[in-house]
Structures are given as C-alpha cells and as structure tokens.
Design a protein around this ligand. Sequence first.
Ligand code: 13P
Length: 287
Amino acid sequence: MLVSAKEMLQKAKEGKYAVGQFNINNLEWTKAILQTAQELNSPVILGVSEGAGKYMAGYKTIVGMVNGMIEGLGITVPVALHLDHGSYEGCLKCVEAGFSSIMFDGSHYPIEENVEKTRELVKICEEKGMSLEAEVGSIGGEEDGVVGAGECADPMECKQVADLGVTMLAAGIGNIHGKYPANWKGLSFETLEAISEQTKDMPLVLHGGTGIPADMIKKAISLGVAKINVNTECQLAFAEATRKYIEAGKDLEGKGFDPRKLLAPGVEAIKETVKEKMELFGSVNKA
Ligand code: 13P
C-alpha cells in the first residue's frame, strides 16, 4: 500500500538521515527502485514529473502500475508515490488518481500567490491523508542548453510557507537540476542554516541530487535536509550501461535483442545508483 511521506520524513529529520526521491520513467525504472529499497530495507519516494506522467499514459496508469508492483513483488517497505514539480491542476489530478504525495511548485509565482495556492492544497491533502511539498526560491537547471543558476530562497518566505502546514519544503540553496556546470559555486550552507533556523522541525528537500559531492550531501543532512531528489544520475547510468551492451554487439548475439535482455544492464545500473544513494543518505535499514 502507498503511504504519505509524512512519517518517513519526520523520522528522517529526527534521525538525521534523508529519504531518497527517485524519479521514474517506466516499468523497469519503477521495479529497479522498489526492489533496491526492499533489499536495503529503506523507505523510498517515487517521483513523477508531469512530463513523465504524460509519457507513462497518465497518472492513473502509474498508480495502477505501482500498486500492482508493490503487491506483485512483495514490497513491504514504506513507498510514497509523489508528483514532482506539480502545477496546481496537476496536483488536483494526482489527488484524484490515487497518488499518496504531491509537490506544488509555486516558486515562479509572486510569494502571495504561492502562499494562497499552497494553503488550498494543504487543506485538500489533510483531508486525504496525503503529504504535500511546497517550494520557495526556484531551482535552476538546464533549459535549451542554457544552465540557469540556482536561486537562494528567502528564509522568511520559507517560514511563511512552512507555517501553512505543508509536510516538507523545497528551498533553493544554489542547487540545480541536471549536471552541475564546472564553475558551480556549491550549495549555500549559509542559506540552508538560516532556513533551518526559521522552519525548525520542517523536513527540508534538496532537489538536484545528481552530482552533489558526498561531503556536501552529508553537511546538508546535518543542517535539516531530510529528502533528496535524484533523477539525472539514474538516467546517465541507464544510458551508459545500455550503450555498452549495444556497442559490444550483444543485441546481435542469440536472443540479445529481447527487451528483457537488452534493458537488463540498464536496470542493474539503476539499482547500483539507487543503492549508492541510499547508503550515502543513511536511509538503509530505516524502513
Ligand atoms: P537531478 O535530475 O539533478 O538529480 O534532480 C532531480 C530532481 O530534483 C527532481 O525534482
């Protein structure tokens, strides 16, 4: 059964570790992440962007697939199915479809509008027993080849949104999605510290987990981060393993073209990446 992310994140915040959100793209992705979480006895959050939602034929398809897999694979660790960077409308669709958690990304709105919309969603999520992630200060990333710098959130705005009763809060601290450029200045721990002071027990979310050095991840966790999002790193690992398989001509040997064989090295690579992250985040044996 899917669960809200509330309990797992409160435990993580108290125990000074972080739960990984791993974004899913298809059946192989989902299965690899769930099996690794089970193997390591770790709680896990499956992230679905609106684009990935469309790609997988809609939110209902995803809910059906994930619920079926939890049963079919005998998954007993806590699993939250979470909308990543949702619009207001996308959030409502996921509530309706049976997700157990949503993120409303109102960071591009003026703060008053972000607060208003977040407030409405807090009410809906409370009624449904779902968790809600809000965002303050946009997270940079690559768009059309241009890498935008990560913003730093205003700690007082973070407090304002945290006080609405959201479950977890994503705040920009110089982090960006995708690969970090060579001249990246690193995470702003000064900002993170100031946000933590204002938001106290609120589990903080670190987006753009791909490519952040281990020491910075550990420091971020010590300063209140309890959820870390990883997407690109699994994609890179999958692509590299698949490339190697094809370049070695394995698809041309015997039944090597069978998708169950062709995609297997990529699946193993995702598992390895997820395992590495869960160990680094400290969520192993915390189910
Ligand atoms: P990366 O793709 O940089 O790992 O970021 C993932 C993320 O933050 C999803 O919201």
